[in-house]
Structure formats: C-alpha cells, structure tokens
Design a protein around this ligand. Structure first.
Ligand code: PMV
Length: 307
C-alpha cells in the first residue's frame, strides 16, 4: 500500500494573462489531498462511488501510468472541488505519485508533466500552473522565458511554459469561497475574444504580466505591503476583463480594509477570492458576514510526498 499527499494552490498574481504567455505566480497551501493506492482483487475508485467529483481525474491518471494488476484508489481531501484552490490538480498529482511509487518510479518532473496532461484531457483546457505547484510545493513562477531556478518546461499546442522555483515567505491568506462553481474554459475563451477585439484588453493583459514581475520583487524582499497593492491592481484589471462577479467584488471590498491586499484567484466568475492579512480572524468574520465561506491557509508547504 502507498499513501501520498499533494497540496492545493492559490494563484497569487497573473491568472488569465498566463494563458497569453505572461508571467504568473502560484503558491502551495496547507490544505492537502491524500491518496491511498493498494493492490486489490478489482479496480476501484473511492469504493466505486459513481458521482465522485474526482473520478475522471483518477481514471485518466491510472490510464497514464498503470498497466497490470488491479488496484484500489481512495482519496481524502481538505479542498472543495471547483473552488479555485487546485483540487483537481492535487487529485491528479497525488494519484499519479501513488501509482508511480507502487512501481518504484516516483519522479517529480514526470508527475508534473503527466498531471498537466491529465488536467488538459479532462478539462479540455489548462495551463501547467496548478499541477506544477502541487507537485513542487512552496511557490512557482511561470514565464514564457527561461530564468533562474528553473524546474521544468512544458509545451502544448505550440505554447511553452517554463516553471521556476519561487521561495515564498510565510504568509497567512484568507480564502473567501463564494460557493459558486464557474468552469474555467468559457472564462478563458471570453478573455481571449476580448483581447483579440480590443486594444485596452491587450494592454490590461500586458499590465498583469508586469504586475507579476513586480510581485516577484516584492516576494523576494518579503514586502507584503507592495505585494498587497499589486494584488489590488490585479483585481481591478481582472474585473475590467469581465472575470469578476458581484459576489467576488463584495468579498474583496470587505476584506481590503483589514488586509495588505485582496483579489479574485483562479478563473473567476465565482470560485474564490484571497486576502493577504495579519488579521485572519477579522477578515474571516467580514467574509462570513457577506455570505462567503472563509478558509484560513498558510504558505511554505511541501509538494507531493509519499507519507
Ligand atoms: O481556477 P483555476 O485553478 O482553474 O485557474 C485558472 C487559471 C487561468 O489562468 C484562468 C487558466 C489557466 O489554465 O491558466
């Protein structure tokens, strides 16, 4: 039997712009998904529960790496699925790692690559951010150019992403989950259309890319005040691009006076917002009062591990 776990993630800066090759920053968080893989008399996934949200990711992961005797896979998650906290990446990464470990072939770059393929196949569209940060842990910086602390690179549909290690200071972040599930694909398509039709939208994407680069300097200097301001500006640009929603805007608004900065995270349209703060209890209370579900998370965590 093998037990693995992989962390969830938050995109700190650069979502949507990363689809156009702009830089982005993601951090792993202390909410994990555990996977138990064991030899079995028949193939089972979570005891064969048909409506399991993770089933197709697990199945696609098995198809990638498993040829042979039946195995049973069970998953246990701290993460809400469809909340923008990377649960689908974590389930893919943890399952791949468990099956590869059963074969004695646990390799991080391969797990990250296959995880990206699984997410792309199941979702139809993905960037490698989520699966790379869930594999590596800590933080990652994604760029179209190769830089220092390079981990691995991924190419798909003529697009290449270079993934770099990013040291992140210990941060407390309050996630405000709207409870609204919004699929990523249509939001990405909408932004694409806007960018091809409007110069202002292209400029917004360019500015988001610059914000991610400025965010890298802020993180290097442990300068949370500057990072918070950049998060605020990023949220304004994402709103302008049409990927926020009234629920996200209202959670961002109440969190701001108590935070360094606050913004939506991930695809938007619902999902979650994040607030970087020294007062997580006050921010949580404010988010709850506005109807969101607050979740306090911390950064600086390990990537995929065999437990
Ligand atoms: O909400 P998530 O975790 O699916 O994040 C989507 C991030 C986008 O930049 C909008 C799309 C992508 O694949 O990078």
């Amino acid at each position: 039997m093998v037990i693995t776990s992989a962390p969830g993630k938050l995109i700190l800066l650069g979502e949507h712009a990363v689809v156009f090759g702009e830089p982005a920053i993601a951090v792993a968080i202390d909410l994990r998904l555990r996977c138990i893989a064991s030899p079995s008399v028949e193939f089972t996934i979570n005891g064969k529960v048909i409506d399991d949200a993770y089933r197709s990711y697990i199945q696609a992961s098995m198809d990638k790496v498993w040829r042979g005797d039946p195995v049973s896979i069970r998953t246990f998650s701290d993460l809400h699925s469809g909340s923008g906290m990377g649960s689908s990446a974590a389930v893919s990464v943890a399952t791949l790692a468990a099956l590869m470990q059963l074969r004695g072939m646990f390799r991080e770059p391969r797990i990250a690559r296959l995880g990206f393929e699984v997410e792309s196949e199941v979702q139809g569209r993905a960037s490698p951010i989520d699966t790379s940060v869930s594999t590596h842990g800590q933080g990652i910086f994604v760029d179209s150019e190769l830089g220092e602390d390079h981990l691995w690179s991924m190419t798909m549909d003529k697009r290449t992403w270079h993934i770099h290690h990013l040291r992140v200071p210990e941060m407390t972040i309050v996630v405000g989950y709207t409870g609204i599930h919004a699929p990523t694909g249509p939001l990405v398509d909408m932004v694409k259309d806007k960018v091809s039709e409007n110069r202002w939208a292209r400029e917004a994407i360019d500015r988001i890319g610059e914000i991610s680069l400025e965010g890298m300097s802020a993180l290097r200097n442990d300068d949370l005040s500057s990072l918070g301001e950049l998060m605020n500006e990023d949220h304004s640009l994402l709103s302008k691009l049409g990927v926020s929603c009234p629920e996200l805007d209202s959670l961002v608004k109440v969190a701001r006076p108590l935070s360094y900065g606050a913004k939506l995270t991930g695809a938007g349209g619902g999902g979650s917002m994040i607030a970087l703060t020294d007062d997580p209890d006050a921010v949580s209370e404010a988010i709850r009062e506005k109807g969101g579900e607050p979740i306090i998370v911390h950064t600086g965590v390990q990537g995929v591990t065999v437990e």
